[in-house]
Design a protein around this ligand. Structure first.
Ligand SMILES: Cc1cc2nc3c(=O)[nH]c(=O)nc-3n(C[C@H](O)[C@H](O)[C@H](O)COP(=O)(O)OP(=O)(O)OC[C@H]3O[C@@H](n4cnc5c(N)ncnc54)[C@H](O)[C@@H]3O)c2cc1C
Length: 550
């Protein structure tokens, strides 16, 4: 656990007095303090989520939970392959803070809320809560998000997976390895990536041998398998009928540990609290989900939902970084002025705040799309999630870096969360489809499903007449996108489509100062490469005030 400070630290020291330091960050409600998120949640979902979000916001922003997040990342998970007698365990030992965080996340229903409700905007509940919790701790959100995302794939074969659904939806965190019938709740992971191919899952070499009925035996390896203490893993393997999706439980039906060997844990750049393992299946028991040969089609629903998690997780990382930076520049002075009162620092903060506003408005809109049932809306949801994943996750490292620099030297020091946020910041772009893969996915959707492009255009056009720069950019982009797009242009078109969607949402819903600055930055003349280069017409004070006064 982190250091709990009961009495204020001493500031009058023998050699100097400690002064000119910002207010401690802890003790704020991470939802109530976030005006952009609050507005987006209310607009897209109504007020049903408020009570939950306020409760989680208070918890995640408390000194205790922020300290848990720090402790879970300072104390790496440890692989325990064998017990003292040489028998296989294949377990990961986590610091107690990890278990507490997992329990809190499940208590607050981040893993299952949309599946327990029939409310419009229910996936927004997952996305908003995940964004809030991420600000305290990001690593635990990997198993939480995979468990949430597993539900559509479990539902694809309810005759076999009903006990899993029963334990997942409404379940509590129950860490010890036991048959699921004896557990109060379960978590699920996903194992697809192999050494010879991750994006190209058809290159998988894991083999599945039928044992009769839905039961199979798997032999092979997976190069990345996060949260290896999950109760089961969706995995891809070649059966005689082709690449097939399987559910591999940690405990097989006879109550024995399944033959899943944890070979080693990855020594990762960040995401330290979360274990990511290399695993091998040594004749592991598995249940077939869907038909043989339909593996990608079956598991893609899960991937689609985890992509929402990458978007929401990015919003959470951005928010914590921005809120920390705002706290610092509003509480520290240099050259006789508070940092935020220097025109150039205000320009930087306004630019960062603007990017955060655009990220939130898009993330919550995309989450809202996901719950729609009409086929066009579902197709638009797929496209919009890919667009949001592409641009938001890719921008995140530079965003966090700039927030880090706002702190000066202390931002580079591990006592602040900035180094941890920075190390975490590239990850959401890599997993669940790396940048190029997502961009190519978007291109494929545009060429195969022209109706999706028209649905996208109609959504952007809802802002028509609100800003001439946006209108011109939309016409230009649609002319380009309606023709066949060369593969090498995939990133370029993704970027422009995402910015347009963000612009359209901001013009419709954000205060004038925010929408105007965004359109000027992205659709006007001249764009700076670094933060703090908004056009001179931007109303920095108005943009910043939404961060300081919420
Ligand atoms: C911390 C962490 C945890 C992970 N956890 C899991 C997990 O739990 N389960 C799991 O299955 N996987 C997991 N992964 C793996 C992750 O999903 C893969 O690393 C990712 O999908 C990319 O696969 P790859 O590493 O084989 O890279 P490759 O597929 O070799 O790709 C390398 C690069 O080439 C690009 N590329 C690929 N194809 C093309 C193309 N056609 N045109 C242009 N560019 C292309 C990619 O965008 C990427 O930038 C995890 C990864 C990390 C870092």
């Amino acid at each position: 656990m982190g250091v709990t400070v009961a009495t204020a630290p001493r500031t009058r020291l023998e050699t100097h007095t400690v002064e000119n330091q910002p207010q401690p960050f802890a003790g704020r409600n991470l939802y109530l303090a976030d005006l952009a998120l609050r507005e987006a949640v209310r607009r897209e979902a109504g007020d049903w989520l408020d009570e939950r979000a306020i409760a989680l916001g208070a918890l995640a922003g408390s000194e205790e939970v922020l300290a848990l997040g720090e402790a879970a990342n300072r104390n790496k998970p440890e692989l325990i392959s064998f017990d003292r007698y040489g028998r296989r365990l294949d377990e990961v030992r986590f610091h107690p803070s990890y278990h507490t965080l997992m329990a809190l996340a499940m208590e607050h229903r981040i893993h299952d809320l949309p599946w327990a409700l029939d409310t419009p905007g229910r996936h927004l509940g997952h996305a908003a809560l995940l964004a809030i919790f991420t600000q305290a701790e990001a690593g635990t959100m990997c198993p939480i998000d995979m468990s949430y995302a597993a539900v559509p794939t479990l539902r694809a074969q309810q005759d076999l997976t009903a006990p899993w659904l029963d334990k997942l939806i409404g379940g509590r965190y129950d860490a010890p390895l036991r048959p699921i019938a004896d557990k109060q709740g379960v978590t699920l992971g996903m194992a697809m990536t192999e050494k010879q191919g991750g994006s190209d899952v058809r290159a998988n070499t894991t083999r599945a041998q039928s044992l009769g009925g839905p039961a199979y035996s798997l032999v092979g390896h997976k190069w990345f398998c996060s949260a290896p203490m999950s109760d089961g893993f969706f995995t891809l393997a070649h059966a005689s009928g082709g690449l097939t999706c399987f559910l591999v439980p940690r405990v097989n039906p006879t109550g024995e540990r399944n033959a899943i060997h944890l070979m080693r844990l990855k020594d990762k750049l960040g995401n330290t609290s979360n274990a990511s393992a290399e695993i091998e299946y040594h004749g592991a028991y598995a249940l077939r989900i869907g038909e043989e040969g339909q593996g990608v089609k079956v598991i893609i629903d899960m991937v689609q939902h985890t992509r929402l998690g990458t978007v929401a997780g990015t919003v959470g990382l951005m928010r914590r970084a921005l809120a920390e930076a705002m706290n610092h520049v509003a509480g520290r002075r240099a050259f006789q002025k508070t940092l935020i009162d220097h025109a150039l620092m205000a320009a930087v903060m306004a630019d960062l705040a603007l990017e955060y506003e655009a990220a939130v408005v898009l993330a919550m809109r995309v989450a809202r799309f996901l719950g729609e049932t009409a086929p066009e809306a579902r197709a638009l949801a797929r496209l919009a999630i890919s667009l949001a994943k592409y641009l938001l996750t890719k921008r995140c490292p530079n965003f966090v870096y700039e927030c880090l620099e706002c702190h000066g030297g202390v931002g580079y020091v591990e006592e602040t969360p900035m180094p941890r946020l920075f190390r975490e910041s590239p990850l959401n772009a890599i997993w669940e489809g790396s940048g190029n893969v997502i961009a190519l996915d978007v291109l494929r959707t545009l060429s195969r499903e022209p109706a999706v492009l028209e649905a996208y255009a109609a959504d952007v056009a809802l802002a028509k007449g609100g800003d001439t720069r946006l209108d011109h950019a939309a016409v230009e982009l649609m002319m380009h996108a309606r023709k066949p797009v060369d593969e090498a242009q995939a990133r370029s078109i993704c970027e422009r489509m995402t910015l347009l969607l963000q612009g359209s949402l901001l013009v419709r819903h954000a205060p004038r100062a925010v929408a105007d600055a965004f359109c000027a930055r992205h659709f006007g003349a001249g764009v700076g490469l670094t933060y703090g280069t908004l056009p001179a017409t931007a109303d920095a004070a108005a943009i910043i005030s939404r961060q300081l006064n919420s």
